[in-house]
Structure formats: structure tokens, C-alpha cells
Design a protein around this ligand. Structure first.
Ligand code: SF4
Ligand code: SF4
Length: 297
């Protein structure tokens, strides 16, 4: 059995699976009669690298991009957090300019680059790595399929510049496939794990603050240059955050931990629990005393 995950475009149409060398007939251009039709009804799932490209393009922080340009959704029935591009009430992409096209074209998300191709990531259970295949999505409004230009899937991917996006998002796709392959028996991850997943995938500024904090530095044995890179390079920080997620969620140890860090964290948590417990007892006793005083008076 294999686990399959459609990246990044979802369609109600179920098309045939294509390899990279398959030839497709398609061309999109400004003079075509349907120009912008796809952006008027946009259902775009954003990847972690899409958020970084948009934040850099717009000169915003990751929290602002998430707030102003995305909406959360659940990628599976265990609440794995995903984000979609925010649209107008009519469903149009907020970056679309009538008659002009995409206002963030050079930094448009992965799904926009791929369209009308969908990438399928598959992880056969008897193979060590995932496999990729593609499919061509045909929607009635899209007239690009009536054009005569032909190319292979690989040529189309190259022309759209998706290789860089796929490379940087590869660990994210692997994480999702891993989560899928753990199956329903494992159950819903804890709320803390889901929040950590969201932060590490999409809110890169917050992840950077977390990774540069004294307690993180005290927990992991890393060369100072790694912290410097995390601070100045969002893409590096994202790749680090994916390695961190694989480590904490799936036990794939690639980041060396400081000796005794785990025990120290457990001890600190125990201390916090103990302090909370004592505070609860003190509060309960105070309430009891107040009640007694009320009864006596
Ligand atoms: S980001 Fe650009 S290409 Fe993608 S849906 Fe919006 S306007 Fe269209
Ligand atoms: S040809 Fe297809 S992809 Fe291009 S603008 Fe028209 S609907 Fe969008």
C-alpha cells in the first residue's frame, strides 16, 4: 500500500497520472480569452516556501502574511494545519489585477506555477523515498488546452520555475506523507504538536525567535554559524525548522542535543507543575478561609 498526497492543486476532476516525460498541449498567455479566469476563482493551498516568497515580496512579517493573505484549514481529519490563500468574497485572488494579471507574478505560489498540472507525491511503503508523478487538470473555463503549443511536463515545470520551490518544500511534503503513513491508529497529535507544526511551517519569524532563544540554544548543540544563518536567511531557517519538526515529531535525530538537555527540560516542567499545584492549593485554602469567615460573621 502507498500513501498519496496531492500537491499542491486540488480539483474535483480525477485525471490520468503522467510521468515527467509525458507531452501536454497547453499554453497560457495574456491575449487568451480566459485570461485571469483561474485567478477569479482561486483555491490555492500555500506551502511554507510560498509564505517566505510572499513575505519578502510584500515586505511583511510572516505573521502579517498569515493574517492578511491566508486562511487556515485542516489537511487531514487529525487537524494537521494547512493554509489557503485568502480571496475576495467572490473568490478572486487578492493579488489579481483585472486586465493586467498577477501582481506578484515573480513570487506567485507553487500551485499557481503548476496550474493546470497537479503534482502527486507518493510514498510506497516498501520504498525508502517518495515518488513524484503529475496529472493534467482540465477545467471548462481554461482555454489553454485548446492552444497548439506542446511540451513535456518537465519542460513546463522548468518554464514555470517550480524546481526551486519543490526542492525547498521537499521536507514539508515528506512530513505530510510521514504523518499520513502513521495511519489513523496513532490518533490526533497533541495540540502542542499541531501548534509547533503550524509555527515551524508557516510562521517563520516566530520560529526564528523560538530557535534563537536562550532555552533553545541551551538545548541543542549547534555551531554558532547555524544560529547566524537562521537569523539572516528565511529559507535556511525553514529548512532547519523542517529538520527540527522531523526530530520532535518523528524522532529523526539530525540536530544534536546538549547532554542532559532532555532531563533538564523534564525537571523544569516538573518544577512548573509543582509550582502550579502549590498555587492551586494556596488558592483553594484561601477560598476556604473566606467562606469560613463569611459563615462565622
Ligand atoms: S497569486 Fe497570482 S497567479 Fe496565483 S491566483 Fe493570485 S493572481 Fe493568480
Ligand atoms: S489559460 Fe487557463 S491558466 Fe491561463 S489564464 Fe486561462 S484559465 Fe488561467
Amino acid at each position: 500500500m502507498s500513501e498519496k498526497f496531492d500537491i499542491p492543486f486540488k480539483s474535483k476532476v480525477v485525471p490520468a497520472v503522467l510521468e515527467e516525460g509525458a507531452r501536454i498541449r497547453f499554453r497560457c498567455h495574456k491575449e487568451i480569452s480566459c485570461f485571469n479566469a483561474c485567478c477569479r476563482n482561486a483555491d490555492i493551498t500555500l506551502t511554507p516556501y510560498d509564505v517566505i516568497r510572499l513575505k519578502q515580496r510584500l515586505g511583511l512579517g510572516s505573521a502579517e502574511v498569515l493574517r492578511e493573505h491566508s486562511l487556515p484549514f485542516e489537511m487531514d481529519n487529525h487537524g494537521l494545519p494547512g493554509i489557503k490563500m485568502k480571496t475576495s468574497d467572490s473568490g478572486a485572488c487578492l493579488f489579481m489585477r483585472e486586465g493586467e494579471g498577477c501582481s506578484v507574478y515573480e513570487d506567485r505560489p507553487t500551485a499557481c506555477r503548476y496550474y493546470p498540472i497537479a503534482m502527486l507525491a507518493m510514498k510506497p511503503s516498501d520504498e525508502p523515498t517518495e515518488r513524484h508523478a503529475y496529472s493534467l487538470v482540465r477545467e471548462a473555463h481554461c482555454k489553454g488546452h485548446e492552444e497548439s503549443a506542446e511540451q513535456t511536463v518537465e519542460e513546463y515545470r522548468r518554464a514555470q520555475g517550480v524546481a526551486e520551490y519543490d526542492e525547498i518544500n521537499r521536507d514539508f511534503y515528506q512530513l505530510i506523507l510521514k504523518k499520513k503513513s502513521t495511519g489513523p491508529a496513532v490518533g490526533r497529535p497533541s495540540e502542542t504538536s499541531l501548534q509547533l507544526f503550524f509555527m515551524a511551517c508557516y510562521d517563520i519569524d516566530r520560529f526564528k525567535t523560538f530557535a534563537l532563544s536562550p532555552s533553545f540554544r541551551a538545548s541543542y548543540k549547534l555551531d554558532p554559524s547555524v544560529f547566524e544563518q537562521i537569523e539572516i536567511d528565511d529559507t535556511f531557517a525553514l529548512q532547519f525548522s523542517m529538520a527540527f519538526l522531523k526530530q520532535v515529531l518523528f524522532g529523526e535525530k539530525t540536530i544534536a542535543e546538549q547532554e542532559g538537555a532532555w532531563e533538564k527540560r523534564v525537571a523544569e516542567r516538573k518544577e512548573i507543575w509543582e509550582l502550579r499545584r502549590q498555587a492551586e492549593i494556596a488558592r483553594a485554602e484561601q477560598k476556604k478561609e473566606e467562606l469560613m469567615r463569611e459563615v462565622e460573621s
